[in-house]
Design a protein around this ligand. Structure first.
Ligand code: EPU
Length: 471
């Protein structure tokens, strides 16, 4: 493991004594506003089977893509999470007809009469920016509030905008908004564009736009994430012609019209990964389906390196065992990770893996290379007794043999995946863990409490008087 200089050691948190098994929290002030929290009593042992929901990020991209299509599009296996609700609300606000029933969503955007997504909508979901491509391509115009930074980084949209310009769009920044339109009332035209970085969102924006541009578009250094492949499949089923999805170059033959089609959203690889890590951190054995094993192969490799036993029960079912008797060594061993675009280790599993590493034997180096500010969970994990030295986008995690042991405490979810890492740590910790700001977690995990309860975890969603002073 490579060591590094200028290490900042976060102040040692006050953690309740594990031996007492009792957590004392300050008495709440009189306040009528209630905030939802998750309360977990650990340590948990999990067993049984969990059903993995449809992919959040594929759902968001496909919902945006329905704006390209004439007639109705029907999406199956759409997760019931607040990010999907927010995207549906953006589509409705533009004039699309959106119906939601039994995990399905039917969208008809023939009646779209507005091309502006305002800041209020963008505040609910940053991914709302992805509608810029289909709006310009099909309706000739889009006005979308600049999403700005978020809790995990600055997240610029320069690649989306430069790519749209390469397809002939006129793009201006005014009043905190992006104004994009096609020149002289003509549509977009096919062109060539090389992404400086294989951004998932920019690849998706440009695929949607190029699918309706006049002529052939060549996009290079594009993202290879499975969600890009899912989007290409949906667009092709809707009449587009996209070749090369999953590789680093896309060749897109534009079509004047796309027609709504039907699609089953693929299982969420990040949710599957989170449950795989849940089995590992609790030294339990669980199975899960549906999973596409090739989409989580990087995690399978790392968990196997740690000593977990992962078996493929059938083409879409994985069993993960970290039961001490079945582990390859005495206990799970530490390992290093560095996040990178697919097929590298996913940034969306970095916080969860950091939680696991705090319980392994030995020290690990965790490097975040995709987002510049995705380490805020380290401070919260410290509140649970983890020993982590974080500096910028790198952290050294000291495992339990180096004095780290998790104890329940009050923690704050600061972003979606960081929040998931706190649930995992709470399952492994002795005593009660109280997680605040769970709205971040509920953006992306469908029925997380029920799913964990069914696996045997002692977790509940309850409310507490608001604590605005919590930071
Ligand atoms: N970037 C730029 N310029 C751009 C676009 C991106 O510099 O124009 C940079 C970003 O700032 C970031 C890096 O490129 O540092 C990667 O960003 P990317 O565009 O690939 O991410 P995204 O499309 O905004 C999607 C997922 C994220 C996931 C990333 C990386 C959706 C809605 N979001 O975001 O999911 O982490 O790809 O795989 O698809 C999550 O689910 O928790 C989540 C954050």
């Amino acid at each position: 493991m490579a060591l590094f200089c200028n290490i900042t050691i976060f102040p040692k948190p006050l953690v309740p004594s594990c031996s007492s098994q009792k957590t004392h929290f300050p008495k709440s002030t009189q306040n009528t506003k209630l905030d939802p929290i998750f309360k977990i009593k650990g340590p948990a042992t999990l067993s049984g089977h969990v059903t993995i929901s449809g992919s959040k990020n594929s759902s968001l991209a496909l919902l945006a893509a329905t704006l390209c299509c004439s007639g109705s599009s029907l999406l199956h296996n759409v997760p019931n999470i607040s990010d999907v609700e927010a995207m549906a609300s953006i589509l409705s606000s533009l004039g699309a007809k959106v119906e939601s029933f039994d995990g399905k969503m039917m969208v008809n955007s023939d009646g779209v009469g507005k091309v502006e997504v305002d800041l209020e909508e963008m505040r609910k979901i940053r991914g709302g920016f992805f509608v810029i491509g289909p709006l310009v391509a099909r309706f000739g115009e889009a006005v979308v509030a600049l999403p700005g930074g978020c809790n995990i980084g600055n997240r610029p949209v320069d690649l989306h905008l430069r790519g749209l310009r390469a397809l002939g769009a006129v793009v201006e920044l005014r009043d905190g908004k992006v104004w994009a339109h096609t020149a002289n009332g003509k549509g977009l035209v096919g062109g060539r564009f090389r992404l400086d970085y294989p951004s998932v969102g920019a690849t998706e924006t440009l695929m949607m736009a190029a699918s309706m541009a006049d002529g052939i578009t060549l996009l290079s250094n594009v993202a290879k994430e499975p969600e890009v492949v899912d989007l290409a499949r949906f667009l092709n089923d809707s009449g587009a012609s996209i070749e090369g999805a999953g590789g680093d170059t896309l060749v897109i033959q534009g079509k004047s019209q796309l027609y709504g089609s039907e699609c089953v959203i693929k299982p969420d690889r990040i949710e599957a990964g989170t449950f795989m890590i849940a089995a590992s951190i609790t030294r339990s054995c669980i199975s899960m389906s549906p999973v596409i094993p090739s989409r989580v192969s990087c995690l399978i490799d790392k968990l196997s390196e740690a000593g977990c036993k992962i078996s493929q029960v059938d083409p879409h079912t994985l069993r993960v065992s970290a039961l001490p008797a079945l582990c390859l060594g005495d206990d799970l061993k530490s390992f290093d990770i560095k996040t990178s675009p697919f097929p590298g280790f996913p940034t969306d599993l970095q916080p969860q893996i950091m939680a696991l590493l705090t319980t392994c034997a030995g020290s690990s180096l965790v490097e975040e290379s995709v987002f510049e500010n995705r380490m805020s969970h380290a401070r919260e994990l410290q509140k649970l007794g983890a020993r982590i030295e974080a500096n910028g986008n790198r952290a050294i995690v000291f495992g339990k043999d180096k004095g780290s042991s998790l104890c329940g405490s009050r923690v704050i979810a600061r972003d979606l995946r960081g929040g998931a890492s706190l649930i995992l740590a709470g399952l492994a910790a002795k005593g009660t863990t109280e997680i605040h700001r769970i709205e971040h977690i509920e953006r992306g995990y469908e029925n997380i409490v029920t799913k964990l309860q069914n696996l045997g975890a002692d977790i509940e969603r309850s409310t507490l008087p608001s604590m605005p002073y919590l930071v």
